[in-house]
Design a protein around this ligand. Structure first.
Ligand code: CTP
Length: 424
């Protein structure tokens, strides 16, 4: 439908970016291809300079697919159509951009003008494998436009950038390159690797690691890329490759994957496996917090702030070292379950996990024991029961319920009847 609408107006329409790459990859692989993020580029002149051809095409499509939501970004450049059948599962997102920034009429059928316009659009992209287009409009619908050797790189399984300045202009591309390399099992081409190292050595991350209000957009994109990497099944291999390239510097210049940090990430893995069903945990965020918690305490809150983590993460990382000292000194001396609960319930789950992965085995086991067996035990009676038993509501309620809980945890009372007896 989109190509028909474009053809009606004498425009060219292309499928570009990740979808083309994934379609070509799927030809050589088995399994089902799921594409729910589609990028289209329309190359056409619109009579009004205020509305790009992409926006008009998106509007025309929304008239046909009325269940799609239309979003327009920027003054006149891009539009998106969104279908949300089920917010979790079945969403489809189509971005429609306009390739020409100069708005003058041109004969749509002129292949030279067409070629230079889409070529320019593709040349601005990150890697050759992402810089191919599939023409959707006739004549020559279905033709692959591959000006920079994307198909050869796909076959050679390599990530290659289009120009030397790519990573200086956009440092998030270093993360994207690593993500694609690990995800597809590709190598980063030698020259591209040199450009990455050059960009890092020339301080491209200083722009991001200093609290710099001029680059919030860059920091947001960096956080998005980090999140993407840290929630993927291949997160560990990606971190190792980032470390190898010196790119973990974007988090902090002193960060590298030493043996201790790998051990902490390994313990986190065990922890997530143990507690994932019981608690709803954000894996990527905890991984990132473990990395940040590995830095010297004085850097942690600042780094978390730069990466625009939530206020809860920032506060946690700011006070982690004091909390850790308290737990390390007190926990080994506590034996009864009620003593353990009284100490550990002051901390949120993420804090306990961050402390546990940094703890000696004995301390860690007690934290895990708390999380698995003790944290969810409730007093056998509640405030209403106390009322019924003739206690007048007062601040003492909390104390009574706490005593009841301690007696339950320590096995002194086992059921409600014993609890009532205990109070009597
Ligand atoms: N792109 C780019 N530089 C960036 C981000 C994106 O050149 N920093 C271009 C690439 O051509 C990419 C396209 O924009 O293919 C779409 O970006 P995005 O949807 O983020 O990536 P995909 O390639 O679709 O990857 P994924 O499959 O992970 O969504």
């Amino acid at each position: 439908t989109a190509s028909k609408e474009a053809e009606k107006r004498g425009w060219h329409l292309y499928l570009v970016g990740g979808a083309v790459r994934d379609l070509l990859l799927a030809e050589t692989e088995t399994g089902t291809l799921m594409i729910n993020d589609i990028d289209l580029v329309v190359d056409g002149f619109h009579k009004s300079a205020d509305v790009g051809a992409g926006v008009e095409l998106a509007k025309a499509l929304q008239q046909i697919y009325t269940n799609a939501r239309l979003e327009i970004h920027g003054a006149f450049q891009t539009a998106a159509l969104l279908w949300h059948k089920d917010p979790e599962l079945d969403s489809l997102w189509i971005d429609i951009a306009t390739s020409r920034t100069e708005f003058y009429p041109y004969p749509a059928a002129n292949p030279e003008v067409e070629a230079s316009s889409i070529r320019q659009d593709l040349y601005r992209r990150d890697f050759t494998i992402n810089a191919m287009a599939l023409r959707l409009t006739s004549p020559r619908a279905g033709e692959l436009l591959d000006f920079f050797g994307g198909l050869i790189d796909l076959q050679a399984k390599q990530i290659r950038t289009l120009h030397a300045n790519s990573f200086i202009e956009d440092p998030t591309r270093i993360y994207r390159g690593v993500r694609f390399a690990v995800r597809f099992g590709f190598a980063i081409e030698q020259r591209t690797e040199e450009y990455i190292r050059y960009a890092i050595n020339s301080g491209v991350y200083d722009r991001t690691s200093q609290a710099n209000t001029k680059t919030p957009a860059l920091q947001t994109r960096l956080k998005t890329e980090l999140k993407h990497i840290l929630e993927a099944p291949y997160w560990q291999a990606a971190l190792e490759l980032l470390d190898n390239l010196g790119a973990l510097q974007c988090i902090h210049s002193s960060l590298s994957l030493d043996g201790d940090i790998l051990q902490e990430l390994h313990l986190l893995k065990i922890c997530l496996r143990k507690f994932d069903k019981q608690y709803n945990l954000q894996h990527w965020q905890l991984r990132l917090e473990v990395l940040i918690a590995h830095l010297e305490p004085k850097y942690r809150a600042k780094v978390a702030k730069n990466l625009q983590l939530g206020d809860d993460s920032i506060a946690r990382l700011k006070t982690l070292s004091e909390m850790q000292t308290t737990v390390f000194t007190s926990l080994p001396n506590l034996q009864s379950p009620s003593q353990i609960v009284n100490l550990l319930r002051k901390y949120d789950l993420q804090t306990l996990i961050l402390i546990a992965v940094k703890s000696p085995r004995k301390v860690r086991r007690k934290i895990w024991y708390f999380l698995t067996n003790l944290a969810n035990i409730q007093p056998l009676l509640n405030g209403n029961d106390l009322k019924q038993l003739g206690y007048k509501p007062s601040p003492l309620y909390k104390q009574i319920l706490d005593d009841l809980l301690s007696a339950t945890l320590d096995g002194i009372i086992k059921d409600e009847a014993e609890a009532r007896e205990f109070l009597a």
